[in-house]
Design a protein around this ligand. Structure first.
Ligand SMILES: [Zn+2]
Ligand SMILES: [Zn+2]
Length: 463
């Protein structure tokens, strides 16, 4: 079993996320403490002030404890070269070429960590690693205590600043038993800034915590919710609706992450998972493979007619292309005239796809008998005007295109896009679907003729 982060060293902290988070926590704590000792200092005669003082210092301890555990324990990575115990089950799993092993159920590859992560939820820049199986509980406890710590700091900061600003009033009115508070200009600015930061943490982290708790109660990570939404869209094709296998009921789902009976941490090894009645442990991975196959079938091949350097400013492609950019942080791909793009998403002025260089196309034609493993192809957005649709299925049906022509061969050969998992997947030619029928996926080798593949496609459409 493999725990920990990619490095598992202190260097994990040398990143803007952890540095920013640590400075933020220290800043708010010290500003709040500065106010606490002026406004409500610990006094041996006043037990409440002692309790307040102690609780105030408990927050940074529990916050940092959970924060560092979330970083250094890490999400848990699937061991490199991992295979299921039963060789027969390999056909239900996706293969990760980067990690050179199968992806365990609920594991996904993270490009930033460079590994397959157990029960991947998301890659969090604030901890500079993924949130996954082994650090899920610590990540949630960290957010929970951060909200309370910031609220406590706010309760110290706000009244203290109020009294500092109206200090003259308290002096002239001779109000007794009210501490007179003095701030330097820098101290005042720093405390006001802390109020803003603490409010920001409460709202942002509060929202994230609600999202996380909802996902834990459903036992559904963000990626799994997305797969499930697509599975619901596919339900109309099946006799039985898809059963999400990991939902064991609200209480058991919560216990899987916060095992209150024993360690207050996660249960399980991150590779095998308990499933509900009516489902088996590969129900979701089979559904993923089916969805990936659907995606391949929806792909449209475009030919690049105008080069694109991958820049963000695209005035030379028209004002509309320059303004109507896709609202995402996904990358842009540079294109050369003559390349092909396997497009899976369309927007008014932009398209998203996987680039197949002209060289790869030529090599493929010359070299059909060699290993069929796909090279890693860049994916991203590019201006729509740079490419035109090289293959139209209607042309094939209407007889405009010869089923045995090169263009059809290229469309149906090994040019399906990679999955949403950011790695190449190959080698899963048979997938058992939800109705327990073994269905053959379009073979990804180039040995089958296009017309044969066409027939397979037609048969599926008729079904
Ligand atoms: Zn991987
Ligand atoms: Zn990651």
């Amino acid at each position: 079993m493999c725990f920990g982060t990619s490095s598992g060293k202190l260097s994990q902290l040398a990143h803007y996320g952890p540095i920013g988070a640590i400075i933020l926590i220290i800043w708010i704590t010290i500003s709040g403490y500065h106010c606490l000792i002026q406004w409500f200092p610990p006094d041996i005669k006043d037990p409440l002030s002692i309790i307040n003082f102690l609780i105030y210092w408990i927050w940074p301890v529990v916050i940092f404890y959970n924060y560092f555990r979330a970083i250094f324990v890490g999400p848990g990575f699937v061991p490199k070269g991992w295979r299921p115990a039963n060789k027969e089950h390999e056909k239900y799993l996706q293969y990760c070429n980067v990690c050179d092993g199968f992806k365990a159920p609920r594991a996904h590859h993270c490009k930033k960590c460079g590994r397959c992560v157990m029960k991947l939820d998301h890659h969090c820049p604030w901890i500079n690693t993924c949130t996954g199986h082994f650090n899920h509980a610590n990540f949630c406890w960290f957010m929970f205590y951060a909200i309370f710590g910031c609220t406590h700091a706010l309760l110290m900061l706000c009244p203290c600043i109020y009294r500092a600003l109206f200090a003259q009033y308290y002096i002239y009115a001779r109000i007794k038993n009210v501490p007179i508070i003095h701030f330097t200009f820098t101290g005042l600015i720093s405390c006001i800034l802390s109020i803003g930061l603490a409010l920001g943490v409460i709202f942002a982290v509060g929202f994230l915590l609600v999202v996380q708790l909802r996902s834990i109660m459903r036992n559904q990570t963000g990626i799994e919710s997305w797969i499930l939404r697509k599975a619901r869209d596919r339900d109309y094709r099946r006799v039985k609706t898809f059963i999400y296998p990991y939902d064991l009921g609200f209480k058991q789902n919560l216990r899987q992450v916060f095992d209150w009976a024993q360690t207050f941490n996660v249960i399980g090894d991150g590779l095998t998972w308990p499933v509900c009645d009516g489902a088996d442990e590969y129900a979701l991975t089979r559904e993923q493979l089916d969805q990936k196959r659907d995606k391949r079938q929806r792909t449209v091949r475009y030919e690049v007619v105008k080069s694109y350097k991958g820049s963000f400013i695209t005035l030379s492609y028209g004002l509309r292309t320059c303004i109507c950019i896709p609202c995402t942080d996904e990358t842009r791909i540079p294109l050369e005239k003559g390349d092909y793009v396997l497009v899976t998403r369309w927007e008014r002025c932009w398209m998203y796809g996987e680039r197949v260089s002209a060289n790869e196309m030529n090599n493929k034609k010359d070299d059909t008998n060699k290993s069929d493993k796909r090279q890693h192809r860049p994916r991203g957005w590019f201006p729509r005007c740079c490419a035109y649709e090289a293959f139209k299925i209607e042309d094939l049906w209407s007889g405009k295109l010869d089923p045995n022509s090169d263009i059809v061969a290229a469309q149906f050969s090994n040019f399906g896009p990679e999955g949403y998992d950011d790695v190449e997947e190959e080698g899963n030619n048979n997938v058992q679907n939800e109705d327990n029928h073994v269905e053959e996926i379009i073979p990804t080798t180039t040995t089958s003729t296009p017309s044969k593949k066409l027939k397979q496609r037609k048969v599926r459409q008729e079904n």
